[in-house]
Ligand binder design. Structure first.
Ligand SMILES: [Zn+2]
Length: 63
């Protein structure tokens, strides 16, 4: 008897089966949504790092 679990993206009951190519997600849409969230998070981290570097240079010029 195959086990089911809630999809990490939409919480819909999903079958954990080898025939599901989008595991652990229920569908390709949920898989893409999760990849998009991961990409936007990494972009945000890069932006913060650049902002800190610019601020440090500004302090050096003022001092
Ligand atoms: Zn889903």
């Amino acid at each position: 008897m195959p086990s089911s679990y809630p999809c990490p993206q939409c919480s819909r009951p999903t079958l954990y089966s080898i025939s599901n190519p989008f595991r652990p997600f229920c569908s390709q849409q949920c898989q893409i949504l999760d990849l998009g969230a991961w990409a936007s998070q990494s972009h945000r981290i890069e932006g913060d790092a650049l902002g800190d570097a610019e601020e440090s240079q500004g302090e050096d010029w003022q001092a």
